[in-house]
Design a protein around this ligand. Structure first.
Ligand code: AMP
Length: 276
């Protein structure tokens, strides 16, 4: 069966009604497109748990700040649809901005607490934009399962909390980070990197690995921030050791925790994290 392309909410709902008629479960993978193997790994997870799987492709203006890369964010719809079809996706939702935010749209979803630290501190409003669009995407499609990558670990935690708080009846599943052979976390933004920057980029994951080996990573954080700049990163936005659930600073290894980093390479902002 060729992939169904839905551009309106009603087309998407018609496709979902057909799944329901045959009692087929649906796994949904929201994306901003410019798909890479990390996105596709989420589609495969969906295929393993549900009879039907779909993705959305929507570069959500509400989650970009005024000086961020919304207008130059890569848009590769044709290739994306081909990749999704090759991976066996059944449906892709590709709405225009006006379909998601018709004139007069004035409701936004805000998750308190989890969103004022890490990426939330450096990107004000970002997680409100994410929570709003993901709430809409989940309510439009009503998937049984929704899959999000641990690459954006804070986003995953925000979405879990949002779905729980709003009683959205989808199981939120976290997926492991897909990496390039040299360890760089796959990202649509990696294509912004120059050849020189691309050589420096994997040193971030290597640094997380070094810190993870230390008995208490807290002591090594400030030296690691300096070392990253010496290695060629333009700026370290944050490098932190945090509780995996609350995202508050971790003090010991008695609970699950993670190292979190956001760095700039030139103008490109890269994020990564590693479980301890
Ligand atoms: P994006 O298109 O960047 O909004 O990402 C769409 C989804 O794919 C999000 O749930 C991301 O966390 C996930 N994702 C992006 N990159 C990766 C990766 N390298 N490994 C696993 N999941 C990823």
């Amino acid at each position: 069966m060729p992939i169904t392309i839905a551009r309106t909410v009603s087309e998407l709902r018609a496709a979902r009604a057909r799944h329901r008629q045959s009692a087929e479960r649906f796994a949904y993978v929201p994306t901003m497109g410019a798909l890479h193997d990390g996105h596709i790994s989420l589609i495969y997870i969906g295929k393993n748990c549900c009879e039907r799987v779909g993705a959305s492709i929507f570069v959500n203006p509400k989650q970009f700040g005024p000086n961020e890369d919304f207008s130059r964010y890569p848009r590769t719809e044709k290739e994306d649809v081909e990749k999704l079809e090759a991976a066996g996706a059944d449906v892709v939702f590709i709405p225009a901005v006006e379909e998601m935010y018709p004139a007069g749209a004035s409701t936004s979803v805000s998750v308190a607490g989890l969103t004022d630290m890490l990426c939330g501190a450096s990107r004000p409003g970002h997680f409100d934009g994410v929570a709003t669009v993901v709430a809409k995407l989940l309510l439009q499609a009503m998937p049984e399962v929704a899959i999000f990558g641990e690459k954006d670990y804070q986003q995953l935690q925000v979405i879990r909390r949002m779905a729980r708080d709003l009683d959205i009846p989808a199981e939120i599943v976290g997926a492991p980070i897909a990496r390039e052979a040299d360890g760089l976390a796959m990202s649509s933004r990696n294509r912004y990197l120059s050849a020189e920057e691309r050589k420096v980029a994997p040193l971030l994951y290597r640094m997380l690995g070094e810190l993870a080996k230390q008995p208490s990573p807290a002591q090594g954080l400030s030296a690691a921030r300096e070392a990253l700049v010496k290695q060629g990163f333009t700026k370290v936005d944050y490098l932190e050791w945090r509780d995996a659930e609350t995202l508050h600073p971790a003090a010991d290894r008695s609970r699950p925790s993670r190292l979190f980093a956001a760095v700039f390479l030139g103008k490109t902002r890269l994020i990564d994290n590693l479980a301890l």
